[in-house]
Design a protein around this ligand. Structure first.
Ligand SMILES: Nc1ncnc2c1ncn2[C@@H]1O[C@H](COP(=O)(O)OP(=O)(O)OP(=O)(O)O)[C@@H](O)[C@H]1O
Length: 304
């Protein structure tokens, strides 16, 4: 935990009761904007995650998060279940399915620092489907990164879920009409390491920008790192991305060559163009067929 987080007081404690139904078990995480607790439904013992933000905090992100989870209800198997939300005098909260390990933690736990091609391609297909389902409902994620995809629990322990919708933005209305992009410079949103060049340049982000972040993520989980991983300044990271010679990564066996056309394809997209998700998913599935990867074979962390 960073110093910023250590200074923040716990909003809830074990035994506290939310909505008269959910009892807090323990704190399980702390993000930039709030705290996450494990809770149990008192009647059935079902587990859930409660995300809490102080009502004193200026940047309230839970409203957007609740909106996305509500809109996605029953629409995608890659998004957490939404059990409710509410407001107490000192904090706002949302209750959703409890998730397991995230992709960033799982990658760091490997001996090599990267996933096998079999695991990476299978994760890639699920991540792309998750991103597509969010876009289908009219939202951009705007912070696609390995720590925002986590495995489910129990019978969903091999399924990836996309989460953390605090920076999401509605780009299309319910009939699918695009919101016109703002022509003023947009404040930076997201995480520098995975941000698209558009995000660095303060442009209105579109569906292709979530896919750029996905592309960087895939290089990281298959190669083990991104060339700008030790840079901190936005300008230097941006220049490293502009110089990024992605082709040399594909000379290595461990970076699937099926990712090679992604960059050119993403460069051909703009805010208005609906990405061809089937094409991208198809590339990864083709890679799985070529290598005779069986969907049921153990994932890297299941081999331990
Ligand atoms: N549904 C969930 N189940 C289990 N753990 C969760 C869940 N949602 C979030 N977490 C954990 O809590 C931590 C913080 O969550 P989250 O990323 O949503 O918050 P955030 O404030 O937006 O964080 P950040 O600023 O780091 O992106 C994450 O590291 C994650 O491990």
């Amino acid at each position: 935990m960073g110093d910023k987080e250590k200074n923040v007081e716990d909003i809830l404690k074990p035994g506290d009761i939310i909505k008269e139904k959910w009892i807090i078990v323990k704190m399980i995480g702390m993000g930039g904007f709030g705290q996450i607790y494990e809770a149990k439904y008192m009647k059935s013992g079902e587990s859930a995650a409660v995300k809490v933000e102080s009502s004193q905090y200026d940047k309230q992100v839970l409203k957007m998060e609740a909106e996305v989870l509500q809109k996605m209800k029953g629409k995608s198997k890659y998004i957490c279940k939404f059990f409710g939300c509410g407001r107490e005098s000192k904090f706002n909260y949302i209750i959703m399915s409890l998730l397991g390990n995230n992709i960033s933690a799982l990658r760091k736990a490997t001996d090599s620092g990267y996933f096998s091609t079999s695991t990476a391609l299978r994760l890639g297909v699920q991540m792309l489907r998750a991103i597509r389902s969010l876009h289908d409902v009219g939202y951009l994620h705007r912070d696609v990164k390995p720590s925002n995809f986590a495995l489910g629990m129990g019978r969903h322990s091999r399924r990836l879920f996309i989460y953390d919708f605090g920076l999401a933005r509605k780009f299309a209305d319910d009939r699918g009409m695009l919101r016109p992009p703002r022509d003023t410079k947009c404040p930076f949103r997201g995480t520098l390491r995975y941000a698209s060049l558009n995000a660095h340049n303060g442009q209105e982000l579109g569906r292709h920008d979530d896919l750029w972040s996905f592309f960087y993520l895939m290089i990281e989980i298959t190669y083990g790192q991104l060339p700008w991983r030790s840079l901190r300044e936005a300008e230097r990271i941006k220049h490293a991305k502009m110089r990024f010679d992605h082709k040399r990564f594909f000379e290595l066996e461990r970076v699937p060559k099926e990712l090679k056309p992604f960059r050119e394809y993403l460069e051909s997209l703009d805010y208005y163009t609906k990405p061809n998700y089937d094409y991208l998913i198809g590339r990864l599935e083709f890679g799985m067929r070529e290598r005779k990867i069986d969907k049921s074979e153990p994932l890297d962390w299941e081999r331990l």
